[in-house]
Design a protein around this ligand. Structure first.
Ligand code: ADP
Ligand code: MG
Length: 491
């Protein structure tokens, strides 16, 4: 996948802006909901009217603490909000409130797996800051003006910065995906990349292996995993060509243009110095004591790694299945609900990762929107376990339930399943006499397969099983069919 020519090493560090999902802004009481009419969610603080003062949102801090705990970072007992000064029309104060020398989270790590190889990406820090507003150009350019929408101004962000630890575009994407999985699992960010809730800046440089770090370029605001990969790939090629042609990389900020699949220079890189950072005199230092950390910790969801381990030991699942079932919190919750409601744990794993996942992806649905609820699904699996239906019949019932969703829970869900079984005549045939009769007919009509089986062809047996199942309209109990066939063939 990577196009790095031999002799070069790629170095990448990512800075990710995750929008924290709080109802109100980080320093004001305005709402943060996406998509409202321009400037309807900007109050006097967001507009930077003189005399207004910021008030810190504790919810945003708690989300940052939760993140720090999840990545095993250090939660700073004392951190400081700083002003990052620059002019831009969407920043009416003339500065952004951020954290500089003392961020709320220091260090930590995120594990990634790429082509089966595990690797750890070290985090440098994570700091709280406010988002800026947005300039609007669409529909206004013919009038020669731009609009300013301050709805986003003051939306809480946690900027998560890595060490320059990644060595390919694919690794950077694996990290971004792992981080995205983590913040959405924790519920601190909605993860919606189209709406800009999760955006990455990629710092890319190249060097000869073993040489000191090369000069980097920073690609700003990439909001899809695919673009991230392509932007980095392009940037690597550009830098290598530049150096091989005798030039040198200039430190700068670049933008990725998806239409042309290239990065373009936006501005020369500014240094921290240029921003004249200083502690914001309007805000007290952020003090986080042990008791606060404890409170946040006790409200945290179980993380996916321990949950995966627990699924393996508690339910006897393979690492692979446990991984699939913990791919999101809703998937894990669905699985555990089904098991708690009485379904067999390994049958549930098989059906959820197989039939259910396939059906969800066919309709492009997330498990949160699954039309077959966990209660009904558990009831369906119970009817397989108690031999009322076989898996062919169960697939049919599942399809019926999918198309005519039933919302009842508890006892009534079993009734829905039973109604569907009865309505479509899907009860499994477990009557030995009836199956023996079908087997006899099939054996008589398939002498060739019988001979082949006796000559040692194992496949002939499977073909006979198939014939019997077909003759029973898919309703025979497959275990019994196997047993009776074996008996008759060896008799
Ligand atoms: P700034 O805040 O000015 O963007 P930082 O020093 O905080 O700069 O680094 C930002 C990001 O760039 C970090 O993720 C860091 O790991 C990464 N980085 C720093 N130097 C390099 C380099 N030479 N090549 C690639 N990434 C780098
Ligand atoms: Mg930066």
């Amino acid at each position: 996948m990577s196009t790095t020519p031999a002799g070069w090493e790629v170095v990448i560090g990512l800075e990710t802006h995750t929008q924290l999902s709080t109802a109100s802004k980080i320093f004001s009481g305005s709402a943060t909901t996406f998509g409202a009419a321009p400037n309807t969610q900007a109050n006097v603080v967001d507009l930077a009217l003189p005399g207004t003062l910021p008030v810190m949102n504790r919810g945003a801090v708690e989300k940052a603490i939760m993140f720090g705990l999840a990545v095993n970072g250090t939660i700073a007992p004392h951190s400081v909000f700083a002003r990052k000064n620059y002019f831009y029309p969407d920043l009416p104060k003339g500065y952004q409130i951020s954290q500089f020398e003392l961020p709320v989270v220091v260090g930590g790590k995120v594990g990634i797996v790429l082509d089966g190889v595990e690797k750890t990406v070290q985090l440098t820090r994570a700091h709280l800051e406010e988002d800026a507003g947005k300039s609007l150009h669409e529909g206004l350019d013919t009038m020669g003006v731009s609009g300013i929408d301050l709805n986003r101004a003051g939306t809480p962000l946690l900027e998560i910065v890595t060490e320059p630890d990644m060595r390919s575009a694919a690794e950077a994407v694996a990290y971004a995906k792992a981080l995205h999985g983590l913040v959405t699992w924790l519920g601190i960010c909605d993860g919606n990349m189209q709406e800009g809730s999760f955006r990455c800046d990629a710092n890319v440089s190249i060097r000869k292996p073993g040489a000191p770090l090369g000069t980097r370029c920073e690609i700003k605001n990439v909001n899809s995993f695919r673009f991230l990969e392509r932007a980095i790939e392009y940037e690597i090629r550009r830098q290598i060509e530049l150096i091989e042609d005798g030039g040198r990389v200039v430190q700068e900020t670049r933008l990725y243009d998806a239409d042309r699949d290239e990065t373009r220079s936006m501005r020369s890189k500014e240094d921290a110095m240029d921003y004249r950072y200083f502690p914001d005199p309007d805000l007290l230092p952020l003090v986080i004591d042990a008791a606060w950390i404890e409170r946040v910790k006790s409200a945290m969801p179980e993380l996916f790694e321990p949950m995966r381990e627990r699924f393996m030991s508690q339910y006897g699942l393979s690492m692979y299945d446990a991984g699939l079932l913990t791919s999101s919190r809703s998937t894990a919750r669905y699985y555990e609900d089904v098991v708690i409601l009485g379904a067999d744990a390994s049958l549930a794993a098989k059906w959820i990762t197989g039939t259910l996942f396939a059906r969800l992806s066919l309709d492009g649905l997330n498990i949160d929107r699954c039309p077959v609820n966990s209660g009904i699904f558990a009831s369906l699996l119970k009817r397989i376990s108690d031999n009322t239906i076989n898996s062919t019949g169960a697939k049919q019932v599942f399809e019926n339930l999918w198309n005519a969703p039933q919302n009842q829970d508890g006892m009534r869900s079993l009734q829905s399943v039973d109604n569907s079984i009865a309505k479509h005549g899907l009860e499994q045939v477990s009557d030995t006499g009836a199956i023996e009769k079908i087997v006899d007919d099939v054996l008589a009509a398939n002498q060739k397969s019988v001979d082949e089986f006796k000559a040692g062809k194992e496949k002939a047996f499977q073909s006979l099983v198939g014939q019997v199942m077909k003759a029973s309209n898919g309703k025979a109990n497959p275990a019994q069919v196997n047993e009776i066939l074996k008996k008759k063939l060896s008799g």
